[in-house]
Each structure stands twice: as structure tokens, then as C-alpha cells.
Design a protein. Structure first.
Length: 73
């Protein structure tokens, strides 16, 4: 499924990036530009990314603690 229409990034692209070693969402954005244009897809992209990261670490038997962005005041 296409997650980011602006840059044509699919769920498979995100999963592939995680398999290639990307472990934080900001790096994913740097590499793919997902959720960088209109940002309408950011929630979906983060969900797909978190799921892919959890699946990757589940294969290794390591727990995953998702890191949520903190708003700075």
C-alpha cells in the first residue's frame, strides 16, 4: 500500500528500510522523504515503521520500546 502519496513511499519501502538498518523515524525521513511534504501520512508512516521495527526485533528475540517524539516548549 502507498503510505506517502507525495513521494510514493509504500509500506514495503518502509519495511525494507528497517531491514536495511534504519532504526529511527527521523533517519527514515532523511532517507525516503516520507511525511516531509504535506505530512498527512505521518501517523500511518509511523505506525508502519513501528510495526516493521517490532517485527525485526521480534525475530532477534529482543524487546522493542517505541520512542515517541517529545514536544519541546
Amino acid at each position: 500500500m502507498i503510505v506517502c502519496l507525495c513521494h510514493r513511499i509504500s509500506d514495503r519501502d518502509i519495511e525494507h528500510a528497517v531491514q536495511q538498518g534504519i532504526h529511527d523515524f527521523e533517519t527514515l525521513q532523511d532517507e525516503t522523504c516520507v511525511a516531509r511534504n504535506c505530512a498527512c501520512c505521518e501517523d500511518c508512516a509511523r505506525e508502519v515503521f513501528d510495526d516493521a521495527l517490532a517485527a525485526k526485533f521480534a525475530q532477534c528475540g529482543r524487546p522493542v520500546i517505541p520512542v515517541k517524539p517529545v514536544a519541546l516548549a
